[in-house]
Ligand binder design. Structure first.
Ligand SMILES: NC(=O)c1ccc[n+]([C@@H]2O[C@H](COP(=O)([O-])OP(=O)(O)OC[C@H]3O[C@@H](n4cnc5c(N)ncnc54)[C@H](O)[C@@H]3O)[C@@H](O)[C@H]2O)c1
Length: 364
């Protein structure tokens, strides 16, 4: 039976379908075909290689499938333009619909194409990576990177539905699975201490972990609630920005290391470690034990808590100050007041940040 969660956003509300047998997805495509709404599918080369037969079974014409090279470099102006031209060359009109079949890269790229082609067409998310299932496919942030930084161009554009099918995780490489776990741990820290404790109690969190469906669902519930309260991240404090736990540090690490050295979740894992240490300094209610439990959980799941090689503190701080999450009021960090209860915090002294960078292996 299909398990459904609704993301409540007035006229932009939509369902997330969990672990269904594809019947809802196929029925959706069938219905669109019936009323002549042209369906297009965007995926990457790796997923196309693995799931060509599956993609063919969905009922979307093969000439409407667009394949980008796998990996973060495809979240580019170049690929974005190519897909727009592909749609235009197929005379896609405003009733055309896009299906994003892939990880966060495909969801963000295809979503931004949908947000901007003919001033916006409908799109659906079919996430295939753990990160995309628990995070990027929900909430409507779409976008691409510029050489100057990640996600600098984009739009808020909600999907019509998200179809989560955990069976895709069977082929997900272990390090990519771990990358998704960094986001899973994030949800526990920001919003749900008992969920965090549950994660702590699982020795080996793999794709065949029996409680994985409930873990994925809990992450989507937390994300849906946060997004419903602050869809466009405009709240002055807390709000959607809480989902950025570890990301201010993590994006700086990705940026300075050069994209490709760290998987997204790996950089976020180091960022979460830093955020824990900063929380300890800022709030006496967040203890050393809280940090230790978090690092233990990260390490146990194959994630780094220290930089893989030394990076310059100056360059990291410059990257932080360029981060698009900054507001006029300054650099905003997400910290835990207690484990399971995060707050946004501004006005942190740079000297403290420098000390913390050193603790994870950065250098002057
Ligand atoms: N929009 C948001 O709210 C949001 C949130 C978090 C992250 N993101 C973005 O998501 C991106 C990272 O997402 P990602 O980690 O999914 O990266 P990704 O899309 O590059 O996928 C990672 C790798 O795994 C492969 N892969 C995906 N699913 C697979 C499967 N089932 N079997 C085998 N291989 C599979 C892909 O081909 C790719 O090589 C980043 O660009 C990040 O900025 C967006």
């Amino acid at each position: 039976m299909t398990d459904t969660l609704n993301v409540q956003l007035d006229d932009r509300s939509y369902p997330i379908y969990f672990n269904q047998d594809d019947s809802t997805l196929k029925a959706t495509i069938h219905d669109l075909n019936q009323v002549n709404q042209a369906c297009f599918l965007i995926t990457d080369s790796k997923l196309h290689g693995l799931y060509q037969a599956y993609i063919e079974s969905l009922g979307i014409p093969q000439t409407h499938v667009y394949i980008v090279p796998e990996g973060e470099p495809s979240k580019s102006v170049e690929q974005y333009e190519k897909i727009l031209s592909f749609l235009a060359s197929h005379s896609a009109n405003r009733d055309a619909v896009i299906f994003a079949f892939g990880g966060g890269v495909i969801g963000d790229l295809a979503g931004f194409v949908a947000a901007s082609y003919l001033r916006g067409i409908n799109f659906y998310q079919i996430p295939t990576s753990l990160l995309a299932m628990v995070d990027s496919s929900v909430g409507g942030k779409t976008g691409i990177n510029l050489p100057e930084g990640k996600n600098l161009v984009g739009a808020f554009w909600q999907p019509q539905a998200v179809f989560i099918n955990q069976r895709f995780l069977e082929t997900l490489p272990k390090n990519q699975f771990a990358s998704g776990i960094a986001e899973v741990i994030k949800y526990g820290l920001i919003a749900d201490k008992s969920f965090f404790n549950k994660l702590l109690s699982i020795e080996n969190l793999n794709f065949d972990e029996p409680t994985l469906p409930s873990i994925i669902r809990r992450c989507c519930e937390i994300k849906a609630e946060v997004v419903a309260n602050d869809e466009k991240e405009i709240a002055n404090a807390n709000g959607r920005a809480l989902l950025n736990l570890g990301h201010t540090f993590g994006h700086a690490i990705e940026n300075v290391a050069g994209y490709g050295d760290y998987l997204h979740g790996e950089a976020i894992a180091v960022g979460i470690h830093l955020a824990c240490m900063l929380s300890e300094i800022t709030y006496p209610t967040f203890s050393k034990t809280d940090t230790e439990q978090t690092t233990q959980l990260l390490v146990r799941n194959g994630l780094p808590i220290l930089l893989k090689k030394p990076l310059s503190i100056k360059a990291l701080n410059q990257a932080i100050s360029r981060d698009k999450k900054n507001r006029a009021s300054g650099i905003r960090f997400v910290l835990m007041e207690t484990s399971g209860n995060a707050q946004t915090k501004e006005g942190i002294d740079e000297k403290i940040i420098n000390t913390l960078w050193k603790k994870v292996g950065a250098v002057d």
